[in-house]
Write a protein that binds this ligand. Sequence first.
Ligand SMILES: Nc1nc2c(c(=O)[nH]1)N[C@H]1C(S)=C(S)[C@@H](COP(=O)(O)OP(=O)(O)OC[C@H]3O[C@@H](n4cnc5c(=O)[nH]c(N)nc54)[C@H](O)[C@@H]3O)O[C@H]1N2
Ligand SMILES: Nc1nc2c(c(=O)[nH]1)N[C@H]1C(S)=C(S)[C@@H](COP(=O)(O)OP(=O)(O)OC[C@H]3O[C@@H](n4cnc5c(=O)[nH]c(N)nc54)[C@H](O)[C@@H]3O)O[C@H]1N2
Ligand code: SF4
Ligand SMILES: [Mo]
Length: 684
Amino acid sequence: MKKDTVCRMCSSCCPVEVEVVAGKLVSAQRKSFLSQDKRSPCLKLQAAADIVYSDKRLTTPLIRQKDGAFRQASWDEALDLVASRFKHYQGQARPEAVGWLRGMAADWGSPWDYANRLMNCYGSPNTIGNGSICFVAREMAHTYTYGAMAFPEASKAKCILVWGKHDADTTLGVADAINHAVSNGAKLIVVDPIQTPLARKADIWLQIKPGHDGLLAMAMINEIISQNLHDQEFIEGFTTGFEQLREVAGRYAINTIAPGIWLDPQRVREAARLYATTKPACLIDGNGLDMQLDIFQSTRAVACLRGLTGNIDRPGGDVLPQAIPLRPLQARDRLPVGVTPITAAYPLFNTFSETWGNQVQSCVVDAILDQKPYGLKMLVVQAGNPVVTMADSSRAQRAMEELEFLVVIDLFMTRTADLADVILPAAGCFEKTQLNRSATRNNPIILQNQVIEPVGQSWPDWKIVFELGRRIGLEHEFPWHSAEAAIDDQLAPAGVSVEQLRQEADGVRVEVLRHEKYRQDGFATPSGKFEFFSLRLQENGHAGLPYADGFPEKAAISFDAQQAEFPLIGISGRRDIRFTNSQYRTIPALLKNEEGCVVDVHPLDAAQQQIEDGDQLQITTPKGTITMPAKVSSVVHPGSVRIAWGWGDYKADWNLNTLTDDDTRNPITGTPGQRTFMCRVNKV
Ligand SMILES: Nc1nc2c(c(=O)[nH]1)N[C@H]1C(S)=C(S)[C@@H](COP(=O)(O)OP(=O)(O)OC[C@H]3O[C@@H](n4cnc5c(=O)[nH]c(N)nc54)[C@H](O)[C@@H]3O)O[C@H]1N2
Ligand SMILES: Nc1nc2c(c(=O)[nH]1)N[C@H]1C(S)=C(S)[C@@H](COP(=O)(O)OP(=O)(O)OC[C@H]3O[C@@H](n4cnc5c(=O)[nH]c(N)nc54)[C@H](O)[C@@H]3O)O[C@H]1N2
Ligand code: SF4
Ligand SMILES: [Mo]
């Protein structure tokens, strides 16, 4: 039988059709507006049955015994134990000593709301996401410029500028749209320090020096204004601070900037002209900007290009979302007044959105190890593997070990789960009904619909949270006994029900798609305008215009001050389509003899140490050393190496975050430099 749902094995949230035989998932196909032969392939989805029925799945709750080993337990026993620890800190009048750390995998829609609801009603403000290193920091920069995160209408664009994103590995719906537009003649510009498959297809590829995107954006702004290529009508009617932008960008002339960031001035000029004169153009930014120390200003500068060229909210440009009206489920009003979250040092990031809440995950480690701003004693980790995915893994691991009580909710055993006192087995995406953020951010709403029963005794995340809530005395706050009841409640203001979503597998559109909404509604910023200049930022002690205070030259890359000892730029590497972050290396069909776990070294750098393919290389930073096989390759620029990402759960010695730094962070978003850092490479 064929059943419709949404795949959530990565954050792409693709609508899929699943083949179910005798209650078992057999295969799954991704839906797309493109014909089958033109769709970008997903190897994870092809291995869906291997993942779902892997013998490595956690199938019962586990409790750690005195001798350190885990034993199987019933749900009643495990949940009662966890609930008793919640009550312990409440009894000590320290509910804020309990934290709930969320990784990316359970999604940021309803599951994020449920965790926040439980914690707010319990009395702790410390539900913490990992958005400081993922796209939330970028979303804040978009929001401070035009009120929301724009999304590209790439299939209708005539020019596509891709800035630090690789959709064919990470976001297949967008990859399809790019391919469609390019095959219809759209121009393609790619800004990426790596010669990716997309870069090879581009009309112009700018192989930028990692972490220096802000300078390129300012130089392009300068060029567009000085060549009079900007959209005068849009700027006059709908923006703030254009004259200041002209003045600040004037300090970033292409001829002086480009050579320092590894670029040919003439190519940058051509890119600026092509982007500004080919309408409509969309600008797709990605995780190449995230995890950078300079994330906020660089994304603001890139975002300014969308207004400068008038492409914001135009068909085929960068469209602003029409959010679905939802009943707020986070119960923020239940949090006792005066309890500050452990992320209090990042007030603007904590408050820029209605639903994101606290997203500076590094603060979890500060609170556990350094009691900063106060101690965190117990942690629930849901759908995350912080020991591997957080910056400075050794420190993150020490923090997990230091806790009085650690609960992990996951599908698989991980290096983080290995340190837990209690492990609760979660059901995977095909085993539960869920409302994802991508479904509520904008039309149409598509349901992640349960198509098979949970594997073993695993439970869906919603059920774990509701049941735990009831056991800590929140029966009234968690009245729902099914995912459907809770989703119906949340969707009531939109007038949409789960029943209806199940009947309309391609989604329900609450409002017709509109463009240029700013003409009627303005932008959702304090001034109602597209803000090149942000008074809100200036009043809070930050540059009101990107780089008005100059570019942080020696602070854009971790360990830059120690360049003499660590001369190469390390780039956290490719998101292979076979894996999602630290996941799926235990699946033989995907692991393929550890293919892809390599350090790419440019032939010129390789020659200095006679490095050849397959040689074992030690990569060292002030934080630690890992060892990986070499691949001599000119996809990287001389002076930089690309290190494979996500292998740290499979093999500790391949954990890239052993190398990264968490001491220095972006002042607004608390982002550490997990993408780009100075390092040294030695042949073993
Ligand atoms: N150096 C470096 N560091 C990085 C990155 C990088 O590229 N380089 N990427 C960063 C980014 S962008 C992110 S988002 C983070 C990701 O960091 P994490 O969120 O910690 O990432 P994952 O490794 O995907 O871990 C997700 C865990 O959730 C489990 N899981 C999967 N589905 C479910 C579910 O439905 N419910 C539950 N309860 N568990 C589930 C998986 O088995 C897995 O153990 O890593 C960041 N760290
Ligand atoms: N297959 C797969 N899919 C995934 C994930 C996964 O791990 N595997 N992770 C999911 C998650 S959590 C996220 S956040 C998304 C992220 O998905 P994307 O936003 O596509 O991010 P990445 O693929 O990490 O990086 C995009 C590009 O940025 C480039 N880049 C690196 N450094 C720089 C730089 O300094 N400047 C510029 N301009 N570019 C740079 C990289 O070379 C890469 O080509 O993917 C999601 N989907
Ligand atoms: S890209 Fe693949 S794994 Fe990710 S959601 Fe889409 S189909 Fe699933
Ligand atoms: Mo992410």
